[in-house]
Structure formats: C-alpha cells, structure tokens
Design a protein. Structure first.
Length: 181
C-alpha cells in the first residue's frame, strides 16, 4: 500500500517546514494502532507517504490490507479537533494497493538498506497516483480484489484499466468504500 497525504504541497507551503514536519510526525504516529491491528509492516516513510506491506495471508485475513486504511482514516477523524487546532485542517490520505511477489534484498555499500524489489511497488504507486483523477481515496488492483474476495463491510466499484509504461498487461482498478453500518 502506498498511502499519501492529499494536498501535501499546499499544506507544506502554508504551514512552513517546521510545522509541516510536526504534522507528518503526528500523522505517522497516528497510523501505529491501525498498522498493528491489521498486521501491517511499515516498510518506509517517503516524505509524506507511508509504504505498508503484508504477506499474502495476513493481508487477506479480514481484508487487513484494505481495512487498515479505513481504521487510519477513523483515527485521524477521532483527533480532528487536535489537528484543526494545531494545523488548521484535518489531514486526509489516499492510497493504492497492489499484490504480487516481492524480492527482499540488502542493498548498498556505504549505507546499507533493506529494499523491496518488485513491479508490485511500481503498480501500487501508480494506482495511488490515479486516486485524484478518479475521485477515489482508496483504489486497489484486481489481484487485491481477488485476494480479499467478498470481505464483509466493503463495497467495490470497477474504475477501469490502467496502462503501465513498459508493460503489456493493463491493470484493472477498483475503488473501495466502507459500507455504512
């Protein structure tokens, strides 16, 4: 999952570097409970973006890979007063999720790091990048849709296909909403 703050450039310009940095720190702290609850591994923070991963079984179980998004959104809403008072708005995030094999490798010489290498990362990032275009907060690839089958409490809307540069196969996309109780 690539999870990215909506309108972050606008917020950063308005808040300035120091206050925007505190905002990011607050947002990243607020995902902790949802990540633990839904067995997500936080792979990386990249600017205002969070990259979450699961193994297939954990991600599919109770649609963890999708429900983490909605629980995080709810956590931000529970703290809406704090965010409004401190930053003048409540942050919102958009996300793209894809599924498939990933290779984990140690990379680097002077600075070593663990890198996840796979087309899945590129696909998830591209899906997240399509959210605004399709007026969606959460979009998933068709392999994720198959993985979670008919998880309770979720609604799927077929968006269409995404053509990825350098690939022959198009990716079928779905928007995801949480059903009202």
């Amino acid at each position: 999952m690539f999870l990215d703050m909506k309108s972050s450039t606008t917020h950063a310009e308005r808040l300035g570097h120091e206050l925007f940095s505190r905002l990011i720190q607050d947002c990243f702290a607020d995902i902790t409970e949802a990540a633990i609850e839904h067995q997500a591994e936080i792979y990386q923070y990249v600017g205002d973006e969070i990259i979450l991963t699961w193994d297939a079984e954990q991600g599919a179980h109770n649609a963890n890979c999708i429900n983490v998004f909605f629980d995080y959104r709810d956590a931000l809403q529970r703290r809406a007063g704090y965010y409004q008072q401190r930053y003048g708005f409540v942050p919102a995030f958009k996300a793209g999720i894809s599924f498939g094999p990933v290779t984990v490798a140690e990379v680097g010489v002077l600075k070593r790091d663990i890198a996840y290498l796979s087309d899945v990362l590129n696909t998830a990032a591209r899906i997240e990048g399509e959210c605004n275009k399709h007026d969606q907060l959460l979009m998933i690839s068709e392999p994720v849709r198959r993985l979670v089958a008919d998880a309770a409490g979720l609604q799927y809307e077929e968006i269409g296909t995404l053509e990825l540069r350098g690939k022959d196969e198009k990716v079928l996309l779905f928007g995801v909403q949480k059903q009202s109780s």
